[in-house]
Write a new protein. Structure first.
Length: 296
């Protein structure tokens, strides 16, 4: 069995993205944004496991055509999100108009990877059993956003992660933003929240703070990552996913925490300057980092 360096597992969604400038319909979700971002780096063995309805299989075929290794599991429906942004790109109103079937441990038993990135979109995408099973084969990375979303009458409400105290013991990398960390821990200070999440079992806590940059904690040191200023803010959808996949790509390739964090931040900056997924090269990311750091 081939052991991938990095495997993202998550639903591809149908997204309606509304910004002050326009309204766009496009595929989306952690699985989509991560896969399109990392496909530009040809020095990693990456695989995607997704589940979509029949109407979205064309998106899977498009991913395969650009060289992404995709395993597509059947689902009655695809996830359908509506994201509405105000003038501040950090502010988003979201609705879920359809849900996909959750992933199961039996579906994933043949998938082998050094790092599994679970791109949860809704609270029931990945059960505790799935996390436990995959953690026996590789390191688990989780974006907390999906675990903190409850859908009621299509509207998304913030909720706490039901099994967090047990689940976090199996998670190596956890990405949260400032709102998610407060829901999980009850703490508004990023340093205190990161310490709490580490004490609950997470080995590397990634706290993204929008325009204020990000904070990474490994139980010993806090690493503060600056936010690189974009030339123009066009579309913030997928920025968090871009940050996470950039960080995991660097870590599985042998980079240290600070180097990985700066690379991830630069990827997010380049992504926010355009609609759709990150579409740059590794050289573009390095140039962004270099230019910004020369200005500090």
């Amino acid at each position: 069995m081939n052991k991938h360096q990095l495997c993202c597992i998550g639903h591809i969604t149908l997204d309606k993205v509304v910004t002050p400038q326009n309204t766009v319909y496009m595929p989306g979700g952690t699985a989509f944004y991560c896969s399109h971002a990392i496909r530009h780096f040809n020095d990693i063995d990456y695989a995607l496991v997704t589940a979509v309805g029949a109407t979205e299989m064309k998106v899977v075929e498009q991913l395969r055509k650009v060289g992404i290794n995709v395993t597509a599991l059947p689902s009655k429906h695809s996830v359908y999100f509506e994201n509405i942004y105000g003038a501040n790109p950090d502010d988003r109103t979201q609705r879920v108009l359809a849900k996909a079937d959750p992933f199961t441990a039996s579906q994933l038993k043949e998938i082998d990877a050094q790092i599994y990135h679970l791109g949860s979109l809704l609270a029931d995408d990945f059960s505790l059993e799935v996390i436990k099973e995959l953690s026996q084969k590789g390191l688990i990375a989780v974006d907390s956003q999906g675990y903190l979303r409850e859908v009621r009458d299509t509207h998304v409400y913030p909720v706490d992660w039901t099994d967090k105290r047990e689940a976090l013991q199996y998670i190596h990398f956890l990405k949260v933003n400032e709102h998610e960390m407060e829901v999980l821990t009850g703490l508004s200070d990023p340093h205190e929240a990161a310490r709490q999440l580490y004490e609950w079992g997470v080995k590397e806590v990634l706290v993204t703070l929008g325009g204020m940059g990000s904070l990474i904690f490994n139980g010993k040191d806090f690493c503060r990552i600056p936010a690189y200023k974009p030339r123009e803010v066009v579309d913030a959808t997928g920025c968090g996913d871009t940050y996470t996949i950039g960080y995991l790509y660097q870590r599985v390739s042998g980079a240290g925490i600070e180097e990985a964090g700066r690379f991830a931040a630069a990827m997010s900056t380049l992504k926010i300057e355009k609609s759709g997924p990150f579409n740059g090269s590794k050289e573009d990311v390095i140039q962004c980092m270099t230019t910004a750091e020369q200005m500090f």
